[in-house]
Design a protein around this ligand. Structure first.
Ligand code: PLP
Length: 389
């Protein structure tokens, strides 16, 4: 029987269906909170974990499943979970794997909000978070306790840029049954094959190169091991980590051009870093492809490229007030956090207060090299350096 519809019901339940068979390149944006089941049996057999079916908008749509599959492919992983920011992705790993009484190790140069999360878990959740020298390598074995469950790595640390010896850390961890997670945001998954080096979990801030537009926040956690994936998926589900369909679309849209952008950022950053290295105002260039950078040998061994992000240490004769004036004098480099977009950015860090045993005395300034003409960027910096005279 066909139900007769009043006008109001017809507005809510329209008869018109667009023709099937539409095809185009872009990812389709499916907006959904409620997902419809064909009948009660289909609803009852639905499993939120099952990526071959749909149960609720929060647990996935064709838009998010497709983006997850593409990100897993880029990293060489099998499973992927999306989170509303890179930091949310980090939290999802911690809450999926750590319980009260457990211990987590983080590199001393870790992305600062990750450090802050560790401090919070330590203060309020009965978990201990301890910080290790990022260049510790195999020496991490001595820090591993019977209750250590997780070791975070970041390659390189995104402010002070030390490159860790990932295979050595993974070997020591695995011999003691400890899981290793890698924040692989710097290389976008393009220049560092984390799983091949032994890493168990890869986290990406898609906010950076995957988006490329400085207009979306999103994170991802990628795994190869089903049991690990399930644990993190448990946190994903219980915490309600949803991402918006339009945001997922924006990240999908960025992926085909990501390698081209990454290589352009890389080439320009190396030109700029080489130019800065020759300047008398700069005492050190902390770019993993340059020999001044601690862990450069591991970059050479493990990476196939760099990106647009590096830091410099100014000669110690220049005060913070002077380097602040230099930054304020820049015109193309804008002052802002984050990176991976088309616009060049600059940020000073009070690194001495962030790091134990930091060996350099000069001011640290981080550059994110965007997609402007590198000669214009060099001219901008050359002009701004004049304020130091
Ligand atoms: C930006 C960033 C994050 C966090 O990403 P958000 O989306 O900004 O929360 C994590 N790790 C690194 C290395 C980052 O650069």
């Amino acid at each position: 029987m066909t139900l007769k519809k009043s006008q109001q019901t017809a507005i809510v339940h329209p008869d018109y269906r667009a023709p099937e068979g539409f095809a185009a390149f872009p990812a389709v944006i499916h907006h959904a909170s409620t997902v419809l089941f064909k009948n009660v049996a289909a609803m009852r057999s639905g499993e939120w974990k099952d990526k071959n079916a749909y149960t609720y908008g929060l647990h996935g749509t064709p838009t998010t499943f497709t983006l997850e599959a593409r990100l897993a492919e880029i990293e060489g992983g099998d499973y992927c979970l999306l989170a509303p920011s890179g930091l949310a992705a980090i939290a999802m790993v911690d809450l999926g794997l750590l319980r009260s009484g457990d211990d987590v190790l983080l590199p001393d140069n870790v992305y600062n909000p990750n450090r802050e999360l560790g401090r919070w878990l330590s203060a309020d959740y009965g978990i201990t978070a301890r910080y290790y020298d990022p260049l510790i390598g195999a020496g991490i074995a001595e820090l591993i306790q019977p209750n250590t469950r997780l070791i975070w790595t970041e390659a390189p640390g995104s402010v002070s840029m030390e490159v860790p010896d990932l295979p050595a850390i993974c070997k020591a961890a695995h011999e003691r049954g400890v899981v290793v997670a890698l924040d692989n945001t710097w290389s976008a998954g393009l220049a560092l094959r984390g799983f091949d080096l032994g890493v168990d979990i890869i986290m990406q801030a898609l906010t950076k190169y995957q988006s490329g537009g400085s207009d979306v926040l999103m994170g991802a956690v990628i795994t190869r091991d089903r049991a690990l994936h399930d644990k993190i998926a448990g946190a994903h589900m219980r915490l309600g980590m949803g991402v918006g369909a339009d945001d997922a679309f924006l990240v999908s849209r960025g992926l085909p051009t990501m390698r081209l952008r990454f290589e352009a950022h890389d080439a320009a950053a190396r030109k700029l870093a080489a130019w800065l290295q020759a300047r008398p105002e700069i005492s050190k260039v902390l770019h993993p492809a340059f020999t001044d950078c601690p862990g450069h040998e591991f970059w050479k061994r493990d990476f196939t490229g760099a990106g647009g992000l590096f830091s410099v240490i100014f000669d110690e004769q220049y005060t913070e007030a002077q380097t602040d004036r230099f930054i304020d004098a820049l015109q193309l480099f804008k002052i802002g956090y984050s990176w991976g977009g088309a616009n060049s950015l600059v940020m000073p860090y009070r690194i001495q207060s962030m790091r134990k045993d930091w060996p350099n005395k000069g001011q640290l300034v981080r550059f994110n090299v965007g997609l402007e003409d590198v000669h214009d960027l060099i001219a901008d910096i050359e002009h701004a350096l004049e304020v130091l005279q």
